[in-house]
Structure formats: structure tokens, C-alpha cells
Design a protein around this ligand. Structure first.
Ligand code: C2E
Ligand code: MG
Ligand code: MG
Ligand code: MG
Length: 276
């Protein structure tokens, strides 16, 4: 009898796995349609100067307007995209669209920038540099207005040829940011080897900055490091005025977070009358 029950359990387990695999496959198929079709959107979140409150740039964040599920955040689909090659096409769409929208959003202040997230797989493509150049040329966005956000992990994984591409882009004015700084295998060596111009302090450090002395110390160290290496330091995930004050006190000059603005659809930012 015990054996019977055991077997039953194995079958139930199998069933769950099969169901999961099926759901994943469906998600992948749907995402393919979304990327090829017209279901991806960009939301833009402001990055501000902590002392003046001025917007210095915006990060473009991808969303999926799913026909049934509604608006999905990247957490719901990026893993699937990363595990297939979909991330490359998705990334190309983001690149082109962020440059196009960014050109319009920065029309009145060309000193502001547009930041996009680049995945390791996208970065590693031999045509990555050409695609970036192409997106800039087509949109009219300046090289100096584009920031490419990469994680520590993808920077460490990057091949020599990739780094040469990134170097060339940087010499033309495109800046590189290390995203989620402090959460990866923080090897500080790449900060001197690579043309990194911006470091983004991960939001986990900011969240506890007023209560956790260790995390505050790490944030402070990153800010000092940024000053020493002449990098722009952006604090991510600033949600309240107290966090902003602590960061400003530590010498952090730029921040991003719900306190200053939520990620907002492009259409809302340009208003309803500018649609052409
Ligand atoms: P990220 O690049 O670190 O982006 C910041 C994330 O923090 C965004 O989540 C943003 O909505 C969220 N955030 C901003 N301010 C606050 C705050 O004050 N509090 C809290 N709790 N969260 C805040 P989102 O849009 O869900 O994106 C998650 C991640 O997905 C991004 O993290 C980035 O790694 C990835 N991602 C987003 N768009 C793209 C894309 O176009 N391509 C690639 N490859 N990855 C993307
Ligand atoms: Mg980012
Ligand atoms: Mg981040
Ligand atoms: Mg993140």
C-alpha cells in the first residue's frame, strides 16, 4: 500500500513538472509574439540631482503589455527571455525604442541622458556595437546622452572582443554604468580596467541605510570610491526623504527612486497631444 502511494506521489510530481514546463514554453511562445509584435513598452524613471532636484536623466525599463495578463514587469518574463535567445531581440527593441523616445524626452534639455539595461548575452553579440551606433544614428540621440547599464556579473563574463567594442563606444561618448553595484562578485579591478563612468548603488543598501550601520558603511564606501575614481554615483531605490538626506550627507549627488518618480509610460511623459 505504501508503495502504491509512493508511486502516486511520483506521478503527481511528474505532472507538476510537466505543467511547469508547459507553462514556460507557452510564456516563451507568447513572448516571441510580443517581441515581434507590438506588446513591449518602455517606462521611464527619472534620475535626479540630490541637491537641486533637477532631472539629470532617465532609465528606460521594459514592460510587456500582455493581451490577457495586463501590464507585466520584467520580473515576470526576463528569466525566460534570458534563457532563450529572445533577450537579444528584446534588447534590440529596447535599444532602438529607448533612443527614439529618449531623443524626444531630451529635446528640451540635451544635457540629460537615457539609460538602458543591457544583458550579458546582448552585450556579447558581435554586432552589439553596430546596433548601438545604428540606434543612435537613426534616432538622432547623441552618444553622450546614452548610458549602458551592465551588471558586475556580465562585465566579468565579457570577452576581450566585447570589451573592445565597449571601449570604442565609450571613446565615442557612450557611458557605461555598473548596475546593482554591491550585489555581484564585486571585483573592484574592472573599475580601473573598464571605461566605467557611473556606479549605481543597489537598492538593497539604500533600503536599510537609516537602520543598518553595515549597509550604510558600504554605501558610504561606494560613494567615496566613486569620488576617488571620478565616477558618477547614483543611489537606486530611494523611497523616502530620510534616505535621500543620509545619502546627500555622505556626498552622493544623484538618486533614483519612488521618492522622485515612478517609472512612467512614455506616452504620459510626452502628453497626449504630441502623438504623431
Ligand atoms: P534595475 O535596472 O536595477 O532597475 C531598477 C528597478 O527598481 C526597476 O524595476 C524599478 O522599477 C525599481 N525601482 C525604482 N525605484 C524604486 C523604489 O524606490 N523602490 C523599489 N522597491 N523599486 C524601485 P523593474 O522595472 O521591475 O525592473 C527590474 C529589473 O529588470 C531591472 O533592474 C533590470 O535589471 C531589468 N530590466 C528592466 N528593463 C530591462 C531591459 O530593457 N533589458 C534588460 N536586459 N533588463 C531590464
Ligand atoms: Mg538598471
Ligand atoms: Mg539596479
Ligand atoms: Mg536590479
Amino acid at each position: 500500500e505504501a508503495k502504491e502511494r509512493g508511486r502516486g506521489r511520483v506521478e503527481v510530481f511528474d505532472e507538476t513538472l510537466r505543467e511547469r514546463a508547459r507553462a514556460r514554453l507557452q510564456l516563451e511562445t507568447e513572448l516571441r509574439t510580443a517581441v515581434d509584435g507590438d506588446q513591449l513598452r518602455l517606462h521611464h524613471q527619472p534620475i535626479v540631482d540630490l541637491s537641486t532636484g533637477d532631472i539629470v536623466g532617465r532609465e528606460a525599463l521594459v514592460r510587456w503589455q500582455h493581451p490577457v495578463e495586463g501590464l507585466l514587469a520584467p520580473g515576470a518574463f526576463l528569466d525566460v527571455a534570458e534563457e532563450s535567445d529572445l533577450i537579444v531581440d528584446l534588447g534590440s527593441w529596447v535599444l532602438d525604442e529607448a533612443c527614439r523616445q529618449g531623443r524626444l524626452l531630451t529635446a528640451s534639455s540635451t544635457r540629460t541622458h537615457v539609460a538602458i539595461n543591457v544583458s550579458a548575452r546582448q552585450l556579447g553579440r558581435p554586432d552589439f556595437r553596430r546596433r548601438v551606433e545604428n540606434a543612435l544614428a537613426t534616432s538622432g540621440l547623441g552618444h553622450g546622452q546614452l548610458i549602458l547599464e551592465l551588471t558586475e556579473t556580465s562585465l566579468l563574463k565579457a570577452a576581450k572582443s566585447t570589451l573592445a567594442d565597449v571601449d570604442a563606444l565609450n571613446r565615442a561618448g557612450v557611458r557605461l554604468a555598473v548596475d546593482d553595484f554591491g550585489t555581484g562578485y564585486s571585483s573592484l579591478t574592472y573599475l580601473q580596467k573598464l571605461p566605467v563612468g557611473v556606479v549605481k548603488i543597489d537598492r538593497s543598501f539604500v533600503a536599510d541605510i537609516t537602520t543598518d550601520a553595515k549597509r550604510r558603511a558600504i554605501a558610504k564606501a561606494v560613494i567615496s570610491l566613486g569620488q576617488a575614481l571620478q565616477l558618477d554615483v547614483i543611489a537606486e531605490g530611494v523611497e523616502d526623504a530620510e534616505q535621500a538626506a543620509v545619502l546627500a550627507d555622505m556626498g552622493c549627488r544623484q538618486a533614483q527612486g519612488y521618492l522622485f518618480g515612478r517609472p512612467t509610460p512614455f506616452e504620459h511623459l510626452v502628453g497626449t497631444t504630441t502623438g504623431s
